[in-house]
Design a binder for this molecule. Structure first.
Ligand code: PLP
Length: 380
């Protein structure tokens, strides 16, 4: 099997599992317990928090563990927007993940917020001037994802954050896909809040972080015993937090830079080969401001779902869009926001590389793709 769906999820790394194991077995305490077993768990959680804070360029007290990227996005959007007394208006880009889109829609439906959606250009880039123009005196939050999960386009988030700050607006970015490929430090980017998810990084599904500046009032989404300094109640998932910290340690700046350079070269060769040899192939997303790992296309005249099945029969695992919208037959709102027609959007196929993907695997995937597209096109 050639697995080219890393944007959907990645396997847990051996070092991560080994780091987690003690906290699933012998050292199983509840970090809130006032005895040795609990205190040991509490120390492990604090150490994981310190590691992630250093990795994310923020303070340990600014790391909130969540159940994943979706919950981190929910807490960022609802928590910051509702905690900010400035008003009831939110700004977001037109290509956000459903975790952000639906959280904003909740604010609109239940709390009467007004919403401004900033369009993107045909490559998926947010226009910074349009973004700045959308900010208002009553805007409580602006959010734009760092790297898009369907097309890989990387936004100029540092610039967007500067615009937001010039208007006194807190800025959040969903960095779930960017983490492990790009610099995701809050201090380097100048963002106020950043979401990430363990399972895109070699940690398990079900752990994530919202890194959020301490000065921002944050309304909790999950209420209860007041864990995570009241930001996120619920007994902490110590073992998974330790696993996420282990994954972050493996993604050192040097490791990230070399994986990004290697994977970008492989991706570009793959994209050029597909565009040159698959009739009608169109690249989606920005040609250069894109994640090293994402090669996404439309193949007009086919069906993305049918090409995916053909590829799987040939041993190549990909996605026909985003796994998060799985089960939906509707064309992707992200692709429609680029200006693609619903017919063309239905033909999307996304290949996402891991840092371990090889040139041989990509050559085999390109051969399989040519055969798959030809087969689907011939069936009409
Ligand atoms: N945000 C983005 C950009 C994603 O790609 C995903 C998952 O694919 C999420 C959020 C949700 O993360 P999780 O699966 O941890 O809930």
């Amino acid at each position: 099997m050639i697995y080219l769906d890393a944007a959907a999820t990645t396997p847990v790394k051996r070092e991560v599992l080994e780091a987690m194991w003690p906290y699933l077995t012998g050292d199983f305490g509840n970090p809130s317990s006032h005895h040795g077993v609990g205190e040991s768990a509490s120390r492990a959680l604090a150490a994981a928090r310190r590691t992630l804070a250093e990795w994310l360029g923020c303070r340990p007290a600014e790391v909130v563990f969540t159940s994943g990227g979706t919950e981190a996005d929910n807490l960022a959007v609802k928590g910051i927007a509702l905690g900010n007394p400035r008003g009831r208006h939110v700004v977001l880009s037109a290509i956000e993940h459903p975790a952000v889109v639906e959280s904003v829609d909740f604010l609109r439906r239940v709390h009467g917020f007004e919403v401004s959606v900033v369009p993107v250009d045909p490559d998926g880039l947010v226009d910074p001037d349009a973004f700045a123009a959308a900010l208002r005196p009553d805007t409580t939050l602006a959010t734009a994802m760092y790297a898009n999960n369907e097309i890989g386009t990387v936004q100029p988030v540092a610039r967007l954050a500067e615009f937001a700050h010039a208007s006194g607006v807190p800025f959040h970015t969903d960095a779930v896909q960017a983490a492990g490929w790009l610099d995701t430090r809050l201090d380097a980017l100048g963002v106020d809040a950043l979401s990430l998810s363990g399972h895109k990084l070699g940690a398990p599904k079900g752990i994530g972080v919202l890194a959020v500046r301490q000065r921002l009032p944050l309304e909790p989404v999950v209420h209860g015993g007041g864990q995570e300094r009241g930001h996120r109640s619920g007994t902490e998932n110590v073992a998974f937090a330790v696993g996420l910290a282990a994954a972050a340690r493996l993604a050192s700046p040097a490791e990230v830079a070399s994986a990004a350079a290697r994977t970008t070269a492989l991706r570009d060769e793959f994209i050029a080969g597909v565009l040159a040899t698959v009739p009608g192939a169109q690249l989606t997303g920005h040609p250069s401001s894109r994640l090293p790992s994402v090669a996404s296309f439309c193949f007009p005249g086919t069906s993305g779902e049918a090409v995916l099945l053909q590829l799987e029969e040939r041993g190549v695992i990909v996605s026909s869009g985003s796994a998060c919208a799985a089960g939906s037959d509707d064309p992707s709102p992200v692709l429609l926001a680029l200006g693609l027609s619903p017919q063309v959007a239905q033909t999307a196929v996304r290949f996402t590389l891991t840092p371990d993907t090889t040139a041989d695997e990509l050559h085999a995937a390109a051969d399989a793709l040519r055969a798959s597209v030809a087969e689907v096109a011939s069936l009409g």
